[in-house]
Design a protein around this ligand. Structure first.
Ligand SMILES: Nc1nc2c(ncn2[C@@H]2O[C@H](COP(=O)(O)OP(=O)(O)OP(=O)(O)O)[C@@H](O)[C@H]2O)c(=O)[nH]1
Ligand SMILES: [Mg+2]
Length: 258
Protein backbone atom coordinates (compact mmCIF):
# COMPACT_ATOMS: atom_id res chain seq x y z
CA UNK A 1 0.00 0.00 0.00
CA UNK A 2 1.44 3.36 -1.06
CA UNK A 3 1.10 5.62 1.95
CA UNK A 4 1.81 9.25 2.83
CA UNK A 5 1.92 10.85 6.28
CA UNK A 6 0.66 14.43 6.13
CA UNK A 7 2.20 16.66 8.81
CA UNK A 8 0.99 20.30 8.99
CA UNK A 9 3.55 22.61 10.53
CA UNK A 10 3.58 26.10 11.93
CA UNK A 11 6.71 27.00 13.88
CA UNK A 12 7.90 23.45 14.55
CA UNK A 13 11.57 23.91 13.67
CA UNK A 14 12.85 22.13 16.79
CA UNK A 15 10.53 19.15 16.36
CA UNK A 16 10.83 18.59 12.62
CA UNK A 17 14.10 16.73 12.15
CA UNK A 18 13.78 14.39 15.15
CA UNK A 19 10.14 13.74 14.23
CA UNK A 20 10.94 12.77 10.65
CA UNK A 21 13.82 10.56 11.75
CA UNK A 22 11.71 8.73 14.32
CA UNK A 23 8.77 8.42 11.93
CA UNK A 24 10.81 6.93 9.10
CA UNK A 25 12.53 4.56 11.50
CA UNK A 26 9.11 3.06 12.35
CA UNK A 27 7.66 3.03 8.82
CA UNK A 28 10.53 3.31 6.32
CA UNK A 29 8.33 2.44 3.35
CA UNK A 30 6.00 5.48 3.68
CA UNK A 31 6.34 8.98 2.29
CA UNK A 32 5.89 12.17 4.29
CA UNK A 33 4.28 15.42 3.23
CA UNK A 34 5.01 18.53 5.28
CA UNK A 35 2.41 21.28 4.79
CA UNK A 36 4.09 24.43 6.07
CA UNK A 37 2.33 27.79 6.32
CA UNK A 38 5.38 29.99 5.85
CA UNK A 39 6.45 29.48 9.49
CA UNK A 40 8.45 32.50 10.68
CA UNK A 41 10.89 30.19 12.52
CA UNK A 42 12.16 28.61 9.27
CA UNK A 43 10.39 25.22 9.50
CA UNK A 44 9.65 25.39 5.75
CA UNK A 45 13.31 25.93 4.80
CA UNK A 46 14.38 23.08 7.07
CA UNK A 47 11.77 20.85 5.42
CA UNK A 48 13.21 21.75 1.99
CA UNK A 49 16.67 20.85 3.24
CA UNK A 50 15.45 17.47 4.52
CA UNK A 51 13.70 16.89 1.16
CA UNK A 52 17.10 17.31 -0.56
CA UNK A 53 18.54 14.64 1.77
CA UNK A 54 15.65 12.17 1.64
CA UNK A 55 13.38 11.68 -1.38
CA UNK A 56 10.61 10.24 0.81
CA UNK A 57 10.02 13.70 2.33
CA UNK A 58 7.93 16.17 0.29
CA UNK A 59 6.95 19.74 1.09
CA UNK A 60 3.94 21.93 0.31
CA UNK A 61 4.49 25.61 0.98
CA UNK A 62 1.55 27.89 1.60
CA UNK A 63 1.74 31.68 1.76
CA UNK A 64 0.72 32.18 5.39
CA UNK A 65 -1.08 30.69 8.38
CA UNK A 66 -4.27 29.42 6.76
CA UNK A 67 -5.33 26.93 9.45
CA UNK A 68 -5.02 23.25 10.19
CA UNK A 69 -8.15 22.19 8.29
CA UNK A 70 -7.13 23.68 4.95
CA UNK A 71 -3.58 22.35 5.45
CA UNK A 72 -5.01 18.82 5.67
CA UNK A 73 -7.35 19.40 2.71
CA UNK A 74 -4.34 20.50 0.63
CA UNK A 75 -2.47 17.39 1.82
CA UNK A 76 -5.38 15.08 0.99
CA UNK A 77 -5.61 16.52 -2.53
CA UNK A 78 -1.89 15.98 -2.93
CA UNK A 79 -2.32 12.35 -1.80
CA UNK A 80 -5.11 11.78 -4.34
CA UNK A 81 -3.20 13.51 -7.16
CA UNK A 82 -0.05 11.49 -6.47
CA UNK A 83 -1.74 8.10 -6.36
CA UNK A 84 -1.40 7.24 -2.66
CA UNK A 85 -3.65 4.44 -1.36
CA UNK A 86 -3.79 5.85 2.17
CA UNK A 87 -2.99 9.14 3.91
CA UNK A 88 -2.28 9.90 7.57
CA UNK A 89 -3.01 12.98 9.65
CA UNK A 90 -0.28 13.49 12.24
CA UNK A 91 0.85 16.45 14.39
CA UNK A 92 4.45 17.64 14.34
CA UNK A 93 4.87 17.98 18.11
CA UNK A 94 5.29 14.30 19.17
CA UNK A 95 1.81 14.23 20.74
CA UNK A 96 1.13 11.58 18.11
CA UNK A 97 3.80 9.01 18.83
CA UNK A 98 5.18 7.57 15.56
CA UNK A 99 5.58 4.19 17.25
CA UNK A 100 1.85 3.63 16.62
CA UNK A 101 2.18 3.98 12.85
CA UNK A 102 2.61 0.23 12.19
CA UNK A 103 -0.59 -0.44 14.21
CA UNK A 104 -2.47 1.99 11.94
CA UNK A 105 -1.11 0.32 8.81
CA UNK A 106 -2.29 -3.05 10.05
CA UNK A 107 -5.74 -1.72 10.97
CA UNK A 108 -6.29 0.17 7.68
CA UNK A 109 -6.14 -3.13 5.81
CA UNK A 110 -9.59 -3.88 7.22
CA UNK A 111 -11.01 -0.36 7.59
CA UNK A 112 -11.62 2.84 5.64
CA UNK A 113 -10.63 5.22 8.44
CA UNK A 114 -8.46 4.38 11.46
CA UNK A 115 -8.52 6.81 14.41
CA UNK A 116 -5.92 6.81 17.19
CA UNK A 117 -8.19 7.03 20.22
CA UNK A 118 -7.48 8.35 23.70
CA UNK A 119 -10.88 7.18 24.94
CA UNK A 120 -10.88 3.43 24.44
CA UNK A 121 -9.20 0.75 26.58
CA UNK A 122 -5.43 1.18 26.31
CA UNK A 123 -5.67 4.87 25.32
CA UNK A 124 -4.81 7.71 27.71
CA UNK A 125 -3.82 11.37 28.17
CA UNK A 126 -1.44 10.98 31.14
CA UNK A 127 -0.09 14.56 31.20
CA UNK A 128 -3.42 16.36 31.17
CA UNK A 129 -4.92 18.39 33.98
CA UNK A 130 -8.37 17.31 35.25
CA UNK A 131 -9.83 20.42 33.55
CA UNK A 132 -8.41 19.56 30.13
CA UNK A 133 -9.62 15.97 30.48
CA UNK A 134 -13.07 17.21 31.37
CA UNK A 135 -13.31 19.60 28.41
CA UNK A 136 -12.03 17.07 25.88
CA UNK A 137 -13.94 14.12 27.34
CA UNK A 138 -17.24 15.97 27.67
CA UNK A 139 -16.80 17.50 24.20
CA UNK A 140 -16.37 14.06 22.71
CA UNK A 141 -19.40 12.60 24.47
CA UNK A 142 -21.43 15.63 23.37
CA UNK A 143 -20.37 15.31 19.70
CA UNK A 144 -20.83 11.55 19.72
CA UNK A 145 -24.39 11.62 21.00
CA UNK A 146 -25.56 14.75 19.18
CA UNK A 147 -24.34 13.54 15.80
CA UNK A 148 -24.49 9.77 16.33
CA UNK A 149 -20.86 9.30 15.33
CA UNK A 150 -19.85 5.75 16.35
CA UNK A 151 -16.44 6.90 17.62
CA UNK A 152 -15.19 7.46 21.20
CA UNK A 153 -12.59 10.04 20.18
CA UNK A 154 -13.96 12.10 17.31
CA UNK A 155 -11.71 15.14 17.93
CA UNK A 156 -8.56 13.00 17.61
CA UNK A 157 -6.12 14.16 14.95
CA UNK A 158 -4.01 11.02 14.55
CA UNK A 159 -5.72 9.20 11.70
CA UNK A 160 -5.30 7.16 8.56
CA UNK A 161 -7.74 7.44 5.65
CA UNK A 162 -8.05 5.20 2.66
CA UNK A 163 -7.93 7.03 -0.64
CA UNK A 164 -11.54 6.05 -1.49
CA UNK A 165 -12.71 7.91 1.61
CA UNK A 166 -10.88 11.09 0.65
CA UNK A 167 -12.37 10.86 -2.83
CA UNK A 168 -15.84 10.25 -1.40
CA UNK A 169 -16.31 13.14 1.03
CA UNK A 170 -16.18 16.26 -1.20
CA UNK A 171 -13.13 17.95 0.31
CA UNK A 172 -13.98 21.31 -1.28
CA UNK A 173 -16.96 21.87 0.98
CA UNK A 174 -15.20 21.22 4.32
CA UNK A 175 -15.19 24.49 6.29
CA UNK A 176 -13.88 23.71 9.78
CA UNK A 177 -10.32 24.27 11.00
CA UNK A 178 -9.53 22.94 14.49
CA UNK A 179 -11.18 20.16 16.53
CA UNK A 180 -14.32 20.79 14.46
CA UNK A 181 -12.38 19.69 11.38
CA UNK A 182 -11.82 16.26 12.93
CA UNK A 183 -15.47 16.00 14.01
CA UNK A 184 -16.71 17.11 10.59
CA UNK A 185 -14.56 14.56 8.78
CA UNK A 186 -15.61 11.72 11.10
CA UNK A 187 -19.24 12.71 10.55
CA UNK A 188 -18.89 12.81 6.77
CA UNK A 189 -17.05 9.47 6.69
CA UNK A 190 -19.84 7.94 8.78
CA UNK A 191 -22.54 9.43 6.53
CA UNK A 192 -20.92 7.88 3.47
CA UNK A 193 -21.11 4.47 5.16
CA UNK A 194 -17.37 3.88 5.41
CA UNK A 195 -15.95 1.63 8.10
CA UNK A 196 -14.26 3.45 11.01
CA UNK A 197 -11.98 1.61 13.44
CA UNK A 198 -10.32 3.01 16.59
CA UNK A 199 -6.99 1.86 17.94
CA UNK A 200 -5.67 2.97 21.36
CA UNK A 201 -2.98 5.65 21.66
CA UNK A 202 -1.32 7.31 24.64
CA UNK A 203 -1.42 11.01 23.78
CA UNK A 204 1.56 12.95 25.15
CA UNK A 205 1.94 16.72 25.50
CA UNK A 206 4.07 18.54 22.96
CA UNK A 207 7.81 18.28 23.72
CA UNK A 208 8.90 21.74 22.59
CA UNK A 209 7.36 24.72 20.82
CA UNK A 210 4.11 26.59 21.39
CA UNK A 211 0.51 25.46 21.12
CA UNK A 212 -1.57 27.04 18.36
CA UNK A 213 -4.89 25.97 19.83
CA UNK A 214 -7.21 28.39 21.58
CA UNK A 215 -10.62 28.80 23.15
CA UNK A 216 -11.85 29.90 19.72
CA UNK A 217 -11.04 26.44 18.35
CA UNK A 218 -13.09 24.80 21.12
CA UNK A 219 -16.02 27.11 20.40
CA UNK A 220 -15.77 26.33 16.69
CA UNK A 221 -16.19 22.63 17.44
CA UNK A 222 -19.13 23.24 19.77
CA UNK A 223 -20.83 25.45 17.17
CA UNK A 224 -20.23 22.89 14.41
CA UNK A 225 -21.94 20.14 16.41
CA UNK A 226 -24.97 22.31 17.23
CA UNK A 227 -25.27 23.63 13.67
CA UNK A 228 -25.04 20.16 12.17
CA UNK A 229 -27.49 18.65 14.65
CA UNK A 230 -30.15 21.34 14.60
CA UNK A 231 -29.55 22.71 11.11
CA UNK A 232 -30.15 19.26 9.62
CA UNK A 233 -33.79 19.67 8.71
CA UNK A 234 -33.20 23.10 7.17
CA UNK A 235 -30.18 21.82 5.25
CA UNK A 236 -32.16 18.83 3.90
CA UNK A 237 -34.97 21.11 2.70
CA UNK A 238 -32.52 23.43 0.95
CA UNK A 239 -30.81 20.48 -0.70
CA UNK A 240 -34.16 19.24 -2.06
CA UNK A 241 -35.05 22.65 -3.44
CA UNK A 242 -31.66 23.26 -5.04
CA UNK A 243 -30.21 20.06 -6.47
CA UNK A 244 -26.45 20.23 -6.08
CA UNK A 245 -24.39 20.51 -9.24
CA UNK A 246 -21.85 17.72 -9.35
CA UNK A 247 -18.48 18.90 -10.51
CA UNK A 248 -16.03 16.36 -11.83
CA UNK A 249 -13.09 18.75 -12.16
CA UNK A 250 -11.93 19.07 -8.56
CA UNK A 251 -10.00 22.17 -7.67
CA UNK A 252 -6.29 21.64 -7.11
CA UNK A 253 -4.61 22.93 -3.94
CA UNK A 254 -3.70 26.60 -4.03
CA UNK A 255 -0.19 25.80 -2.97
CA UNK A 256 3.15 25.43 -4.59
CA UNK A 257 4.84 22.09 -4.59
CA UNK A 258 8.51 21.76 -3.82
N1 LIG B 1 0.24 24.31 8.25
C1 LIG B 1 -0.34 24.64 9.43
N2 LIG B 1 -0.11 23.87 10.53
C2 LIG B 1 -0.69 24.22 11.69
C3 LIG B 1 -1.54 25.36 11.82
N3 LIG B 1 -1.97 25.42 13.12
C4 LIG B 1 -1.41 24.37 13.76
N4 LIG B 1 -0.64 23.66 12.91
C5 LIG B 1 0.10 22.40 13.18
O1 LIG B 1 -0.89 21.46 13.53
C6 LIG B 1 -0.42 20.58 14.54
C7 LIG B 1 -1.32 20.69 15.78
O2 LIG B 1 -1.19 21.97 16.38
P1 LIG B 1 -0.90 22.17 17.95
O3 LIG B 1 -0.51 23.56 18.21
O4 LIG B 1 0.03 21.10 18.43
O5 LIG B 1 -2.33 21.95 18.54
P2 LIG B 1 -2.77 21.02 19.70
O6 LIG B 1 -2.14 19.68 19.49
O7 LIG B 1 -4.23 21.07 19.81
O8 LIG B 1 -2.16 21.81 20.92
P3 LIG B 1 -0.94 21.44 21.91
O9 LIG B 1 -1.56 21.38 23.24
O10 LIG B 1 0.07 22.50 21.79
O11 LIG B 1 -0.35 20.15 21.46
C8 LIG B 1 1.03 20.98 14.79
O12 LIG B 1 1.85 20.18 13.97
C9 LIG B 1 1.07 22.44 14.34
O13 LIG B 1 2.35 22.86 13.92
C10 LIG B 1 -1.76 26.16 10.64
O14 LIG B 1 -2.46 27.15 10.65
N5 LIG B 1 -1.14 25.74 9.50
MG1 LIG C 1 -0.22 19.39 19.63
Amino acid sequence: MKTVIIIPTYNEVENLRPLLETTLSHVPETDILIVDDNSPDGTGQLADQIHEEDARVHVLHRAGKLGLGTAYIAGFKYAIAHGYDAAFEMDADFSHDPRYLPDFLKAIEKADLVIGSRYIRGGDTPNWSPMRRLISGAGNIFARFMLGIPVHDCTAGFRCYRREVLEGIDLDTVQSQGYAFQVELAYRVMQQGFKIVEIPIIFLDRRVGKSKMSRKIIMEAFAYVLRTRFGKRAAATTAKQQPSTSSTAKEMPTVTRK
